[in-house]
Design a protein around this ligand. Structure first.
Ligand code: SF4
Ligand code: MG
Length: 336
């Protein structure tokens, strides 16, 4: 197997809360991503998935701090880079898209000027060349009459158009890895499906790897090659999308799947089902398997002993889960 594009190796991120000791919101997360691969990182809100994306982008929020593990990208450690070096990497080899397009778009500047500038930063292009490239990009992200769009300000676009411009901006630097954190959650259901399909098409064509962070297993099923399920800061299951969704081995994955509406149900505006009970917060992690208070299958051992995480690299086609009742996943020969 080739060198992974991205390796999270035992990543620990602690969060502060007034009056108590810092607690691990990500607790030893190990994951790998191959070049061009699309990995869905799923879990309910509070599972730590956004923190994982922020940690690798060097954008952890105030009060959160990496206290363990390593992050390697293209074979070298990036969690120890100076902020300026990491910033250079971002937008170039490492792209990012967030739920809120205003994080990426300057409201006071025309869409064209922002795209042209980004293109000029990343490629040695003169203004005219960058403008021509901007038109191609806007066309590629499915925006009609790109020429007119260049002169618009972000607020003159619809939500769907804005998110397409954000995708164009994120891809302008031809990143090797795109971190997309709930990129379509702010859009209505039909638009979500379109923008997700667009993202997949563009990244496939370019060979761009994607870490897609979402609470929605349905989006992962439509988009990703592999899925990693996070619960309370730990990896509870991962594997190829078909394998995990066909036969989820972890009760938490099964519960998430049971709460995933079909596209028709989502479009009809029915309220989403929720898994009963709450995800424990970092400071309140129960002993044993953190899912045990919500797990119908829990046995005595689950209350005292935490099941080990599945190995980050599994034999081809296989999934692995951190559950005492799931089959034990073996690392392939020659891998630790
Ligand atoms: Fe449920 Fe026990 Fe498996 Fe945890 S280890 S998911 S409590 S059966
Ligand atoms: Mg989030």
């Amino acid at each position: 197997t080739s060198t992974p594009l991205l390796e999270l190796d035992g990543l620990v991120v602690e969060v502060e809360r007034a009056g108590v000791a810092p607690a691990a919101a990500l607790d030893g997360l190990s994951l790998t991503l191959a070049p061009g691969e699309m990995l869905g990182l799923v879990g309910e809100s509070g599972a730590g998935k956004s923190l994982a994306g922020a940690a690798l982008l060097g954008l952890l929020p105030t009060g959160a701090c990496q206290t363990g593990g390593e992050i390697r990208f293209e074979g070298r450690r990036i969690d120890t880079l100076a902020p300026s070096a990491l910033q250079r990497l971002r937008g170039r080899r490492l792209g990012a898209i967030f739920q809120d397009p205003s994080a990426a778009l300057d409201p006071l500047r025309r869409v064209g000027a922002q795209l042209v500038e980004t293109l000029q930063v990343h490629h040695r292009l003169d203004r005219r060349q960058a403008q021509a490239r901007a038109l191609v990009l806007l066309d590629e992200v499915g925006l009609p009459s790109p020429r007119t769009l260049l002169d618009r300000h972000p607020h003159q676009l619809s939500g769907g158009q804005r998110q397409r411009v954000v995708i164009a901006l994120a891809l302008a630097g031809e990143p090797a890895l795109l971190v997309a954190d709930e990129p379509t959650t702010a859009l209505d259901v039909m638009l979500q499906a379109q923008v997700t399909a667009l993202l997949r098409r563009l990244c496939r064509r370019r060979g761009t790897a994607v870490l897609l962070i979402t609470h929605d297993l349905g989006v992962v099923a439509e988009t990703c090659d592999r899925v990693a399920v996070l619960h309370a800061g730990r990896l509870v299951e991962h594997g190829p999308v078909e394998a995990v969704l066909r036969a989820p081995a972890h009760p938490y994955t099964r519960a998430l799947l049971a709460c995933t509406p079909t596209l028709d149900a989502a479009a009809s505006g029915l309220p989403r089902l929720r898994i009963e009970g709450l995800m424990p917060r970092p400071h309140e992690r129960p002993a044993g398997c953190a899912f045990h208070p919500r797990c119908a299958q829990a046995v005595a051992r689950c209350r005292t002993e935490s099941p080990p995480a599945p190995p980050p690299v599994l034999p081809s086609g296989q999934a692995g889960a951190a559950c005492w009742l799931a089959p034990v996943a073996e690392a392939p020969e020659g891998q630790a």
